[in-house]
Design a protein around this ligand. Structure first.
Ligand code: RIB
Length: 302
């Protein structure tokens, strides 16, 4: 995993304050987050050996983040502290329907540079799969994609949070996995329905992206490649907090695929793994173990 690590500061409230207004929140949660770290933890919980390439700040959160990786059984030998820089943090606001709004302050995540990826080459070259997101500099993402392509290592890119992107630099990516909002921001096309998502996914493929998966929340996930477009059905659950569900999807999908499952099966399982994460509050702390997942999968797929 080449990506971000944040500390999430989550406030739950019935509604958001208007400009100039102060309201009381229902409760508060402090937890480990960051799209890269979340996906690493999801992959680890699903049973993979995971190494994290990341940068953290020299504040209270930095060393504690490294300790958290170690506690999860994730190789953190390539997670370094940057002096004079804050760790990444994410104030998150969750409404009563479980929807979230997030502001990420990148801090040390922005200091993960191509040279750091080169330094981590021995770790990366030993991997079956490299997973990236957009909370680190895009030049580092492009550099890592190039490395993966040269070495024939499977590469998954989750373009979150969305930013203008050079799709040509991502041509070597095996799976490009935006959600609706990210797909919309990157292409400028509306993605408000499954039909919109189909048109958008087809656009990505025409632009040279090999395989696109647009995650659609409670509507499932859309897989597109030059052989066609498939909607893979969701699993209904009682949702409390959707924060990190996209990360649960990406991290678990990488593992299911790595186990040799056909991609549709891997996506169906990732849909369920992500759905289960929305039943609990928080990001990493809402991800279930492989044992719990397998139990639920047996019931749901019977
Ligand atoms: O995808 C959820 C994550 O986005 C949170 O953990 C937060 O840190 C931001 O990176």
């Amino acid at each position: 995993m080449v990506g971000s690590a944040n500390v999430d500061l989550t406030t739950f409230s019935d509604r958001f304050p208007r400009a100039g207004e102060t309201i009381f929140g229902e409760h508060f949660d402090l937890g480990w987050g960051g799209k890269g770290a979340n996906q690493a933890v999801a992959a680890r919980l699903c049973g993979a050996d995971v190494a994290m390439i990341a940068r953290v700040g020299d504040d209270l959160f930095g060393p504690a983040t490294i300790t958290n990786f170690a506690a999860q059984g994730i190789d953190a030998s390539q997670v370094r502290i940057i002096e004079g820089t804050s760790s990444g943090v994410a104030p998150i606001f969750v409404e009563s329907n479980g929807q979230n709004r997030i502001i990420v302050v990148k801090g040390a995540n922005d200091k993960l540079l191509p040279a750091d990826v080169d330094e981590a080459r021995p770790v990366l070259e030993a991997a079956d799969c490299i997973v990236l997101q957009f909370e680190i500099p895009l030049q580092t993402v492009y550099h890592t994609v190039k490395l993966a392509r040269e070495r024939g290592i499977r590469c998954i890119v989750n373009p979150a949070p969305a930013q203008p992107v050079d799709l040509a630099a991502l041509a070597g990516v095996d799976y490009f996995v935006p959600n609706e909002t990210e797909a919309e921001t990157i292409t400028g096309m509306p993605v408000r329905s499954v039909e919109d998502a189909r048109a958008c996914a087809a656009h990505f493929v025409r632009q040279g992206v090999k395989r696109v998966i647009i995650t659609l929340g409670e509507k499932g996930a859309l897989l597109a490649h030059d052989g066609g477009i498939d909607l893979i059905a969701p699993y209904p659950v009682a949702t409390k907090d959707t924060t990190g569900a996209g990360d649960a999807f990406v991290g678990s999908f990488a593992v299911f695929l790595g186990e040799g499952m056909p991609e549709r099966d891997a996506i169906a399982r990732a849909n369920l793994y992500a759905a289960l994460s929305t039943m609990n509050v928080g990001t990493q702390k809402s991800f279930v173990t492989r044992e719990r997942f397998d139990e639920e999968w047996r019931v749901r797929s019977a």
